[in-house]
Design a protein around this ligand. Structure first.
Ligand code: 5GP
Ligand code: ZN
Length: 113
């Protein structure tokens, strides 16, 4: 997707503050952080949302390996954190490239707005 901002971040055409990277996945700090830790985890390949995440190996890698590692590295694993994937219009997704928000470092509220 040539006009996708997160594809450009994954390809390093747009600079970002990268906290994790491997062959399939990259994670970087949100430009408008909503918590002391606010990291976005994305597949390097263009996947629109959770609805199009058919690659089970990639899904498992992100959820069982990458997110827990980042939480530990950021020092938020012990007290807890939130993982959010907004999907589509009602979900509040503004960038149409799958991303998991990792939010931590403060107490979260529920329900969300
Ligand atoms: P969404 O609303 O789609 O769930 O989340 C998109 C997130 O991407 C927002 O939290 C927004 O601050 C972040 N974002 C949008 N553009 C950029 C960018 O160019 N760089 C970074 N690091 N984050 C971005
Ligand atoms: Zn993309």
């Amino acid at each position: 997707m040539s006009d996708c901002i997160f594809c450009k971040i994954a390809q390093k055409e747009i600079p970002s503050n990268i906290v994790y990277e491997d062959d399939t996945t990259i994670a970087f700090r949100d430009v408008e952080p909503q918590a002391p830790t606010h990291v976005l985890v994305i597949p390097k390949k263009h996947v629109k949302s959770v609805m199009e995440l058919s690659d089970k190996e990639l899904a498992a890698h992100i959820l069982t390996e990458v997110i827990p590692k980042i939480a530990k590295d950021e020092g938020i694993a012990e007290k807890g954190f939130r993982v959010v994937a907004n999907v589509g219009e009602d979900g509040g997704q503004t960038v149409p490239h799958l991303h998991f928000h990792i939010l931590g470092g403060r107490s979260m509220q529920w329900p969300p707005g």
